[in-house]
Design a protein around this ligand. Structure first.
Ligand code: MG
Length: 288
């Protein structure tokens, strides 16, 4: 079966660094971040138009849909994970004990409503244009699980250097997490996989290792458990066993992607200055 059934279309141009796409069923549009420009954009495929959804947003990055249709997103500037409910933005979690988070980067909501997110330092590094310079207060870069009912924040992955994109396998028995630290920090670009049980992660292993210049920043998992990921200036699709199934070149460095469109089979791709779309034969495992 051909997984990619169309050719790459450019839908919008004019961002400095595009990231954090999510499909919003309510408005039938894709929402994403232009992080250095500190704004959120929305593209509506029916009209073909892009609008500025919000400005001065404190450097939002990755986002996902919660079960109630609200959007859960990461804010580098506020160093928190927050909720956008019809334009009203409120904090979900912003600290680990007495320490502020670094700069949450990407987030998923599990079937049980818990919020899982990565916390690398990209939004607080010296000279950053994606947030405000600051200290790493708890001294690490963890993946966290937040239980909104118990208001409890737990580190679930602590052995990655710069955890970035994350997604569950369809049955949530595995959590995939990208590490974008890379050879410059003495580790390979890779996606790690962790077995998940009772809200905790077991020992991780490398799912795929990517060559230098081909970092995986963000990804989604489809209904068959395939991983659709950014890989430098390309999108790659990996089978659950790590085998490469497809690769599509993109003219710019890709950060992230999401499934969307009326039937959920359009892949929206955020890539540096542009938003692209690719028609596929599948849908997001987490589609609801
Ligand atoms: Mg990211």
């Amino acid at each position: 079966m051909e997984l990619v059934t169309g050719t790459l279309e450019k839908l919008h141009e004019g961002t400095v660094w595009a990231e954090g796409p999510v499909w919003i069923p309510q408005s039938q549009s894709v929402r994403w971040s232009d992080i250095p420009n500190n704004r959120i954009l929305e593209f509506n495929p029916a009209s073909g138009r892009t609008r500025e959804y919000a400005t001065a947003v404190e450097y939002t990055n990755g986002r996902t849909l919660d079960h109630d249709g609200s959007v859960v997103q990461c804010s580098h500037g506020r160093r928190r994970v927050e909720r956008d409910h019809d334009g009203v933005v409120s904090s979900i979690v912003d600290s680990f004990g007495d320490h502020r988070l670094n700069s949450p980067n990407d987030v998923v909501v599990a079937k049980d409503g818990t919020v899982w997110f990565t916390d690398p330092p990209y939004g607080i590094l010296p000279g950053t244009v994606e947030g405000h310079e600051g200290e790493q207060e708890y001294g690490g870069c963890y993946v966290f699980r937040f239980d909104p009912a118990a208001r409890e924040l737990s580190p679930v992955v602590t052995d990655l250097v710069h955890p970035n994109g994350l997604a569950f396998s369809p049955d949530e028995s595995l959590l995939y997490v990208a590490d974008t630290a890379g050879p410059g920090r003495g580790v390979p670009f890779r996606i790690a996989a962790y077995p998940v049980k009772d809200g905790r992660c077991g020992e991780g292993s490398t799912f795929v290792e990517l060559e230098d210049g081909r970092a995986s920043d963000g990804f989604r998992v489809d209904v068959e458990g395939r991983v659709w990921t950014s890989a430098g200036p390309s999108v790659r699709v990996y089978a659950p066993d790590g085998g490469l199934l497809a690769a599509v070149d993109v003219p710019e460095r890709v950060s992230n992607l999401c499934f969307g469109g009326p039937d959920g089979r359009d892949l929206y791709i955020t890539a540096t200055t542009s938003l692209y779309r690719l028609r596929t034969a599948t849908q997001d495992a987490a589609r609801r």
